[in-house]
Design a protein around this ligand. Sequence first.
Ligand code: CTP
Length: 399
Amino acid sequence: MSQEQTKTVLVGVTGCIAAYKACQIVRGLQKAGLRVKVVMTPHATEFVGPTTFRGLTREPVAVDLFDNPSAPIHHVSLAQEADLFLIAPCTANVMAKIAHGIADDLLTTTALACTAPLLIAPAMNVNMYQAAATQENMVVLRRRGVGFVDAQEGYLACGDQGKGRLAEPEQIVAAVLERLERSQDLRGRRIMVTAGPTQEPVDPVRYLTNSSSGKMGYAVAERALARGAQVTLVTGPASLEPPAGADVVQVRTACQMLDAAQQAFAQADAGVFTAAVSDMRPAQPSDRKLKKGSGDVLDRIELVENPDVLASLAQGRRPGQVVVGFAAETHDVLDNARAKLQRKGADFMVANQVGEGLVFGQDQNQAFFVFANKVEELPLLSKADLADAILDRVVELLP
Ligand code: CTP
């Protein structure tokens, strides 16, 4: 991939034993034709000296908030110059500060002032990685559109074994290149996403639903926003914070979802249908609470089929509108997904296996993209990365 010479990547280096690997990352980015500037936390300089990075980049290396005589407001000028801010390695502490808007050194101040995409490659001890605080900070950052090159499993400098190793420098460089190329590839496009479960009332206090968390749809919305799209998120009840910047339409039932999706899709270039829509609903929800012992519950819930949101919008679409469906299957994943692709009329289905703790509510997902003429098998990915992979295909399919 060729990058324009003018693109600048700001590399933030934090205080961690893996800081020396930032040298390889800087080299890799330069080899790809990028201009690299480095900002370090004071702790990072305990591991690698600024002189090393100065030599590698032939640029001044900033550490202290007040140490650049040529730039009066250095954190702002650094932030403005960056087309992408990569923090690698990023400690749990720096991640926590960024998640909470704390800006007490040049690196974190720059992160707060920077409007360019932020990419974080964490590195830390396995227990620090797994700590609830760290995990929650990562969720917050992802929700804001921050990209991650996730830490890897392996032997850690502290002697522990587990997740926390900095990803390989080549992988981090590849993620930067990918991110720069994608950074605004959905600008000017409108994407509609359905997400979450639906609830079909049985009576005023009961309903039929399923265990969809909405995470996948929210991740697609988040990544589409980060890539410049205008996003309408039509969501059933989910206990997630919708991504900032999306137009959010909250619905409860499948029929409401169909109405809202129809309206949003009329303006959209693409629809990604991640919602786990309830296939049926009670024909006549009771307006009084059903009472046990009266025979009500067992004898009187008659079900009728719900409209198929995906099928009805895919079949009535304008030429050029892209439609992506999901197929959650407990068995015969590919065959079932192919049948759904045909039946519903999507461009491709994202198929995965559900059941036994798989997918619903999980943060990672192993999926297949099932097209009419081919199947792509994806590796185990975070929902954010899977969302990006889906949007990559959408970009290819858009006229
Ligand atoms: N879907 C939809 N409206 C429905 C049912 C499903 O929009 N009433 C969409 C889902 O959002 C998903 C795709 O159709 O993108 C497949 O959903 P899935 O639940 O796997 O399929 P079903 O049609 O429910 O088929 P089955 O019950 O046979 O698995």
